[in-house]
Design a protein. Structure first.
Length: 46
């Protein structure tokens, strides 16, 4: 592999894994709220 290919591969790896790490940090700081209790009390029409 050429030096340019290795550099591009490293950049791609950093983008993918960096995005994963940032997503995990974001979810730890602001977790998704659970289901709304009012929505659970309403029966769904089938």
């Amino acid at each position: 592999m050429s030096a340019g290919a290795v550099i591009m591969m490293l950049i791609a790896i950093l983008i993918v894994w960096g995005g994963l790490v940032l997503a995990i940090i974001q979810l730890r700081r602001h977790p998704d709220p659970g289901p709304d209790p009012e929505e659970e009390a309403i029966p769904h029409a089938e």
